[in-house]
Structures are given as C-alpha cells and as structure tokens.
Design a protein around this ligand. Structure first.
Ligand code: ZN
Ligand code: ZN
Length: 583
C-alpha cells in the first residue's frame, strides 16, 4: 500500500468521524470553501444566533446543475479529495463537498443554485431530500442551513456559548478575507454587519476592513524568497501590538494555517522591539511547492509541517529583521493616535475560544474607526528609509523632566527620550557584543570578592562552573557554599563589578536554559537593566548629549531590550496641530 492511500484513509476516517460538523464554524467553513471553489467573487454569510438557528451563505459562483446538486447531498458522492497534493494546491481547498451530507443529516437545508442553464431548488430534512423544483436563473448558489443539530441533542451540548461560536466564525471569515483579498466577504449576525471587505484584491485594504484604519496605517509591506519558499504580506510597526496571537495570520498557498514554529520565529524577529508578552500584527503569505508541506495535517485545526522548515524560518527571520532595521520606528505622540488597547477594550464581549486554535484566540472588531480617512496610495511612498547609522537624526537636549525624560529638539520636531530605557538599550548592546565575541581581556581585582550563596543555589552554580570559565572569570571554591572571584572580564561596569558578578551568578542559578545565545541575552538584559541610570537620577546636559549620541549608534535605538520605547516624537506638524496653528 503506498503512502498516499494511507493518508487518504486517515483523512476519510477523520471526516467520517464527524469532526467537520461538530461546530457551527466548521459548517460555515465548509460552505464558504465551497463558494471559493465555485470561483465566487462575492460571498455573503448571514447568521441567526451565531449560526445555531440559521446559516445562510450566498455566492455568485458557477453554481451547480440539477444532477450535481442532488449528488452533492448523497453519501456516495465521489470524493473530490484525491491526493495529498490537492490539499495544498492553490486551486483547491481540499475538503470541498465531503461534509455536505454530514451537515444535511443534522439540519434542515434549502439550496438554491443555478449554473446559468437551469435553476434548481432543493429542500432537505435530516439528510432526506424532500423536494426538488425549478427556480430562477440567477447564477450562483444560496444555501440555508437551519436548526443545526436539531435531531442530535447530545451534540448540541458540546457547542460553546453563542459568543464563542460567533468569535470563531468571525475569526475564520476574517482570515479567509485576508487569504482572498479579491473576494468580497460580508458577514452578518442577527442583522448586524460584522465584516464587509472591498474584494478589490488589495491586501492592505482588506487589513483595513478587518482591523481598522489605525492598524492598516501602521503596517509595512514585506517580500522575499529563497530556493524553496516565497513570502509576502504585511507586518506591523513595533508600536502596534496585541496581547494574543490572533493578530498573526499565516497563509500557505492561500490556506489559513497554524504553525507554532513560524509564530515563534516571527516573535524572535521582533525580539527587543516589542515587549515579551505582546504580538505584532502580521499577515504572512507563504508560497511553496506542495511537496514541501508535510502530510501531518488536521482537517479542522489547520496545522501544518514543512520538510524544509529551517529554510523557511531563516527566510522569515531575514525578511522581517531586515524590514525592521531599515525603518525609523519612533512612535508619534499624535493626539489622533488610538492605542492598541482600544482594540482590547472593545473586544465585543466575546469569550476566549479554547478548543479551536490556541487558548489566546480572541475576536477582533471590524472597522471601528471608519471616520478617519486614510490614503493607501501614499502609504508606502511616504515612508522614509534611512541608512542604519541615521535611523535617528541628530538632536539636541533641552532639559530633563521629572529626572527621567530628556526633552530634545531638531528641525523636525520635539522628542522625548526615556533616559533609563535609552541607557538600557546602549548597555544591552554593549554587553551582548562583549559576551558573544568572547572578549578575552580580564582584570585582576585587588581584594578578591567573596560570594556566599545558600546551599541550594551553590549546588546549581557548581554544576555550571563552565559558564564562569566561558565568561573568563578566575575563581576558586572557598569552603562552605562560597566562591572567590580573583579576576573578571573587562566589560563589566567599572563602578559596580561586585554587584554585576552577583547578578550574573543569579542568572546562572535561576536559569534553566543554557543555550549560549539565550544565556548571553539574559545576562545582557539583566545587567543593562540593573546597571543603567534609573528614572529619577538627575543627569547633566553633557550626560544627555552623550546618551543621545550613544543611542544613535545602537542597532535598534527605538526600544529598550524589554521592548519599551526609548523615544517618542512630536513632529513640528503635531505641535502646530495641538496648538491649533494648523488644522
Ligand atoms: Zn530596566
Ligand atoms: Zn527595559
């Protein structure tokens, strides 16, 4: 028996097990994907009570002949899913047709369809065709599924709350709209419009339709390819983040998929640009030869694997890192700006969906800020690209506010720098560089440092003496849970070497991850945070000038290693607007 047949059996079993119709979203998914396969350019989804009462999907696709429409509800209909390749073929969504008989068996269905030659209307009750008659010739298909699960009380119990069902459906339709920007999607629940995309093929416009204009105006286009993969799409400025992963959309050959490795790679690419617990907005399209997509898929969860994963991850990392490094990313303190919290606040009372994707999945509101006008054509063109050494233009300090914020100016406007965040960024890059280049110089200390630890911590430290060796410390054990440091690397801050050494030991003792890179990273961040000037330390004008100059030289001057902003801009125009000098 060859591999392909085994897989087909597996898939067939999963489908037969009824997974496809367990949730209202799966019914919507099935119907929408049929509409996509029918080459529709408009797909309108109307729900009553999150689809439990009624799901109506109307399209303008190629429609069906009378014979085909009857055949579509027969259990013995020919499977359209023939080989694995079909799954990831650009032209097929894979499972089309398979689930219709299952859906019909647990609901009442009215189907109106026309291929332009004949118009057919079917009435189906609990899987039994009750009526077949002629109807009008308007090309396309309208299918109404009502009273879902009416004859299976047990299954109905498994449905989550109506909000959760709606949140799932909305998330799915949003993502379909992102994968098919050339199809107009309309989603309505209880007469309330939740989504209405333009369908004109412009991905950025679709992003605007789904996430609103504030998000769309803070997205950057990305593109890249290597021998195996081609990627494209949009990524957000670091200032625009969300507290869960629902802001990341992954599309592989136009299929919405889930893949934790890719998500992790995206987050790594944003490392230190955004806080650890935040997620950027991403729409990432991946084009690949179907043969590189691993067969380990799940028909409803949309999880995929790749045989050349490293090649894909390095491409994604390279393209995103490169894009972030080529842009001036100073957030503007524009009075019109709406915080991304805005999106979390109006998360429209929907609950978290635990089962379908990851735990953190939530719904996004649609297009809540229509009144702000936004010119898409100028977006990419007005972007200023800078060479790495001039990502922050020269600026001059004016003074210090609250012993924390440096006010600066240049010809473009006024800037506020957080002195701790800025110093932290400078020191972080310095320490990280020293650690990763294994800078060999050490300094002997006049009076050796004696450091005593609780026995439980000392036991862990003992196990990892090799790390102290790697960092070029000269040390000895000194009896009971005590270590003596005789020399230390030169890059340690001169004014507080003992405190720094204690911090490094603390990282060793509290760390489970001894991957060299990650360890260096952690030590650099810890030292940078503890050893940098603090908020409230009053610094002099020459100190400020020095700090700004050093910040400008860093690789990423815009955020501290924790992802907080170092600098915020009030452009000249913003100031004029604030004081009503310009409107
Ligand atoms: Zn800090
Ligand atoms: Zn920080």
């Amino acid at each position: 028996m060859n591999k392909i047949q085994v897989m087909n059996e597996d898939l067939a079993n999963k489908i037969a097990a009824g997974e496809v119709v367990e949730r209202t979203m799966n019914v919507v998914k099935e119907l929408v994907e049929n509409s996509i396969d029918a080459n529709s350019s408009i797909i309108k989804i109307e729900l009553v009570e999150s689809g439990v009462k009624e799901i109506k999907v109307e399209d303008d696709g190629i429609g069906m002949s009378r014979d085909d429409s009857i055949l579509a509800f027969s259990r013995h209909a020919t499977s359209k899913l023939k080989t694995l390749d079909d799954l990831f073929n650009i032209n097929s969504l894979g499972f089309r047709g398979e689930a219709l008989p299952s859906i019909a068996s647990v609901s009442n269905i009215t189907l109106k369809t026309s291929d332009g030659v004949e118009g057919t209307m079917l009435e189906i009750d609990g899987g039994v065709i009750k009526e077949v008659k002629s109807c009008d010739l308007k090309k396309g298909t309208t299918i109404t599924v009502s009273n879902l699960f009416y004859n299976t009380p047990v299954r109905l119990k498994y449905l989550k709350s109506l909000y959760t069902e709606l949140a799932n459906i909305s998330d799915y339709v949003n993502k379909m709209a992102l994968s098919y920007p050339n199809v107009k999607f309309i989603l309505i629940n209880n007469d309330k419009e939740l989504l209405n995309t333009s369908g004109n093929g412009d991905l950025l416009k679709t992003i605007n339709n789904i996430y609103g204009v504030v998000v769309a105006s803070k997205m950057m286009e990305i593109k890249g390819e290597n021998d195996d993969y081609k990627i494209s799409g949009y990524i957000s400025y670091p200032e625009l983040t969300k507290s869960n992963r629902s802001s990341i959309t992954l599309l592989i050959n136009n299929r919405v998929v889930k893949n934790n490795e890719i998500v992790r790679c995206i987050l790594d690419s944003y490392h230190t640009y955004i806080p650890k617990d935040r997620c950027p907005y991403i729409v990432l399209k991946i084009e690949v030869d179907p043969f590189l997509v691993d067969v380990n898929v799940h028909p409803t969860k949309m999880e995929v694997k790749f045989s050349k994963m490293d090649s894909l991850l390095s491409l994604i990392n390279e393209v995103i890192s490169n894009r972030l490094s080529k842009k001036t990313l100073i957030p503007k303190a524009n009075p019109d700006n709406i915080e991304d919290n805005y999106y979390e606040d109006i998360k429209v009372e929907y609950e978290v969906n635990e089962n379908l994707y990851e735990d953190e999945e939530k719904i996004k509101p649609n297009n809540k800020v229509e009144e702000i006008t936004f010119d898409f054509n100028t977006l990419e063109n007005t972007e200023e690209e800078f060479q790495e050494d001039e990502r922050i233009k020269d600026m001059y300090p004016i003074g210090l506010v609250h012993g924390t914020y440096i006010i600066c100016e240049n010809q473009n406007g006024m800037f506020i720098i957080d002195q701790h965040a800025a110093a932290e960024r400078i020191n972080y890059e310095k320490y990280y560089h020293a650690l990763s280049t294994h800078s060999n110089n050490t300094i002997d200390v006049l009076i050796p440092y004696k450091i005593e630890l609780p026995s439980n911590e000392y036991i862990i430290l003992e196990k990892h003496f090799d790390i102290l060796d790697r960092l070029n410390f000269k040390y000895e054990e000194f009896g009971n849970n005590t270590i003596i440091i005789r020399s230390h690397p030169t890059w340690l801050p001169k004014y507080a070497p003992l405190e720094s050494i204690k911090k490094i030991i603390e990282v060793i003792v509290n760390n489970e991850d001894f991957d060299e890179d990650k360890f260096n990273e952690k030590v650099s961040i810890t030292l940078a945070c503890k050893m940098s000037i603090k908020a409230g330390d009053v610094i002099t004008m020459p100190d400020m000038t020095y700090l700004i100059e050093e910040l400008r030289k860093t690789k990423n001057p815009f955020t501290c290693p924790h992802g907080r902003p170092t600098i915020i801009a009030y452009t000249k125009y913003d100031l004029e607007k604030l004081f009503k000098r310009a409107m």
